[in-house]
Design a protein around this ligand. Structure first.
Ligand code: SER
Length: 316
């Protein structure tokens, strides 16, 4: 077990709730923090602290008091919520990150992880096999804030020597904690509805292809990136990372292999135009080269695992 103290903001969210458990297998002291109290598996088995990322003094106190050496800054507002409340999304995503970056440099935090996203790309970006370096004109507040966030991270690396690392996550699929307020959330909700009710009304069109990833791959990738020797890291904005791509219709076909009487209907809403502005597939050759990234799950393996685990949850 490593001794360094690690702080995770947004620890109660979709990524945080799983990442904290994995980090606690490696580090003795992992402080989970969030605005709201997380579930018992986070709170009752390790340190928890209520922290607001908009309140720099509180962050600074925590970092100094516990001699925090690494921060995973996960607290953020996702795409769909961001479009409904642009001001709040900008404040939390931008001011929250600025506070964290300043606390890191002022208090001597050694390493920072910043989650970026495929939403940093926009309608003018090549949609298929989207390269690491390409046109980026995001048109959601979430995407704009994350793209600006990437630039800030790179600036803090260049100008202040902060060892900041980042991944452009695709849509993340998981069963432990549901996503909230994202455009790729349908790919999580569909499984819960398929197991419970055998039907799902999708808020995206049937042929909307998006890049996705299963949470175990995302967690492993995140920790692998953070454990890579600094001299191998060539990207300080956000690494492209690819899992697999599918449309709602393709996912429904996959689910039907296990739940044959599952049916899907389509009622696209405002999230359709968000999805239409994003890539369909991602080229992650730079991540493969720099830190040997390789996903383990494909659509079939992920679907089987999701259904089995949700069935277990429903039966308990
Ligand atoms: N999953 C995110 C969203 O849909 C994209 O990063 O907002």
């Amino acid at each position: 077990m490593q001794d360094e103290t690690v702080l995770v903001t947004g620890a109660g969210g979709q990524i945080g709730s799983e990442l904290v458990l994995s980090l606690r297998k490696i580090y003795k002291h992992v402080i989970a923090s969030d605005l709201k109290e997380p579930g018992p598996d986070i709170k009752d088995v390790g340190e928890f602290m209520r922290l607001d990322v908009l309140y720099k003094n509180g962050l600074m106190d925590c970092v100094k008091r516990f001699n925090v050496k690494q921060i995973y800054h996960l607290a953020a507002i996702l795409s769909a919520t961001g479009e409904k409340n642009p001001e709040m999304a900008w404040r939390i995503n931008m001011k929250g990150l600025r506070n964290i970056l300043d606390v890191c440099t002022e208090a001597g935090v050694k390493k920072l992880f910043f989650p970026s996203t495929i939403a940093v790309f926009g309608p003018t970006t090549p949609k298929v096999n989207t390269p690491q370096y390409t046109v980026m004109e995001p048109n959601t507040i979430y995407g704009i804030s994350k793209q600006a966030g990437e630039r800030w991270c790179d600036w803090y690396f260049q100008k202040k020597g902060l060892d900041v690392r980042s991944i452009r996550y695709p849509g993340l699929i998981s069963y432990k904690t549901k996503a909230g307020g994202g455009t790729t959330d349908y790919a999580v909700d569909i499984f819960f509805e398929a197991v419970a009710n055998k039907k799902y009304e999708c808020f995206l069109k049937e042929d909307t292809i998006l890049p996705m990833m299963y949470m175990p791959d995302a967690i492993r990738g995140t920790i692998e990136l953070m454990e890579t020797p600094a001299e191998k890291i060539t990207v300080r904005s956000g690494y492209n990372l690819s899992g697999f791509s599918f449309s709602p219709a393709q996912l429904a076909t996959e689910i039907k292999k296990t739940i044959p009487n599952f049916t899907i209907t389509y009622k696209p809403d405002f999230r359709q135009s968000i999805a239409d502005s994003w890539p369909q597939s991602i080229n992650d050759s730079v991540a493969q080269h720099d830190w040997a990234w390789k996903p383990e799950y494909d659509l079939a393996k992920m679907s089987t695992d999701m259904i089995q685990n949700i069935q277990k949850i429903e039966h308990n």
